[in-house]
Write a protein that binds this ligand. Sequence first.
Ligand code: CUA
Length: 168
Amino acid sequence: MSAPESAEKLSMHVDPTERAWIRASIVILVVFAVSVTIAGFMLGIQVPTTEQRVNPQTVQDALPWSEPGVREIVAGEQYDVYIVSKRFFYEPGTIEVPAGAEVTFYVTSTDVQHGFKIGDTNVNFMVIPGQVSTLTHTFDDPGTYDYICTEYCGLGHAVMFGSVTVTP
Ligand code: CUA
C-alpha cells in the first residue's frame, strides 16, 4: 500500500528551487516579449532586412539601380534613396534630403561585401552582393551625416564613405 503511494509522491515532487526557476524563466520570457514589442512598435527599432535578391552583374542595367540616388515620393515627407556600393566608393557619394522626412535607404553591392553605417543614427547594416538591404530613418536635425563602410572590403576600405546633407 505504502510503496506505490510514495512512488507517486516522488514523481510529482518538484523541488522548490526548481519551481522558483521555472517561474523566473516564464517571467523572463514575458519581459523579453514585452521589450521586443515596445522596441519594435513604440521606439521604431528595426532589424535590417533583405528587401530583395538581385544579380550583382546586371543590377545596374536597369532602373532604379542604373540611376542611383534620391527619389522624391512625397515632397518634404517621404524619400527613397538607392545607393550602390563598390570598391571603394558609394554611388552616389553625396545625397540631400530635408529634415523631418521619412527616408528609406536601399543599398546593394556589385562586387564584394561592404557595410553601410550612417553616423549618429541607427542605420547600420551589411551590404551583400546579390541582395538589397534596407532601413528607414527620419533625420530630425539638419546637418551633415557621413555614411561609412563598416566591413573590410579591400585596400581602399578606410576611404570608402559618403555623406547625407539634411537641409532645414
Ligand atoms: Cu567597402 Cu569596406
